[in-house]
Design a protein around this ligand. Sequence first.
Ligand code: ATP
Length: 362
Amino acid sequence: MADLSLRQLDKKYGSFHAVKGLDLHVEDGEFVALVGPSGCGKSTTLRMIAGLEEISSGDILIGDRVVNDLAPRQRNISMVFQSYALYPHMTVRENMGFTLKIAGRPEAEIETAVADAARALEIEPLLDRRPAQLSGGQRQRVAMGRAIVRNPDVFLFDEPLSNLDAKLRGQMRTEIKRLHARLGSTVVYVTHDQIEAMTLADRIVIMRDGLIEQAGSPDEVFNRPATRFVAGFIGSPPMNMAEGVIQDGLIRFGDGETLPLPAQFRDAVTAGQRVTLGLRPDDIYPVGHGLHAGEAVETRPLEVALTEPLGNETLLFVRFGGVEWTSRMLNPRDLRRGETVDFQIDLSRVHLFDGESGRSLR
Ligand code: ATP
């Protein structure tokens, strides 16, 4: 295994600047998830690391080796694709052993490596089947087995679970996590699914327009988003956002509604400043139904516009400050559309972002 460094990594497609001087260090054994909206440059970055895409400038280091000019095969990297990319005419065993075979490894070594990986992934009974005789989840497991067999320095995953249904995706996610805990491998994992990133990664790198917007632990990016963009991208349902202006110690929203300026922002804003207030659905809830015992709560009677019961919790949709807010109610009780109830807004958990730059004011 090895660490991985990207230094001022840059990619231009003609005049289009897809990746803009990325700096990133992935520790030996670290699991890093690259997330961001479609077109932000995640796959291009991964493909440059793999050697499948030429870099325009910058450096890629694996361990202390600059690999910029090495062919993919010489980089000692394994990549797992969304499409699995299995050879249809080969059995599972042959697919898994193929790269070792063309590298000229002895038969006995290949057999042991394939058997070990098959055991780890619980696909031993499938070894003599061909890809067409496998389910989507089984194919993905074989693709991972093929990656493991090579014992690479770095694993690259490009949206490996996005072709699977929701239930299987959840199962495979757990398996990847277990596998990483066992192998301790260095991983770069591209996904647009922020839940996958949150559950799997040691560190999440949020990309936007070819740049890193924030890199941090799941806890950091969730609880201390550096920008409005990160705050809106991480978390499900998404963070509620409302535009306002600072006035007389209050945040005044577009419809004239106000909230007191939370204490933690008193020194961070100036009168007349435009801000975006962000609040997670967990931090606005009907009185007595919250996740946290808020120290600084504001109570407002709000009309429930819509309810979405999910079994162990219910999402409520209300209007406040000129926008629709989602509230997550734990221990659901029967609430009807059109009913007005007292909601608590936990001011201690409010996020504020500058209206111009979108940067967190904390
Ligand atoms: P997605 O989640 O949709 O896969 P992504 O973040 O992985 O998105 P990339 O595939 O890295 O995005 O693409 C980044 C940008 O570069 C996109 O705007 C894309 O259109 C552009 N791009 C990618 N490949 C090429 C190419 N071969 N020629 C020109 N532009 C390209």
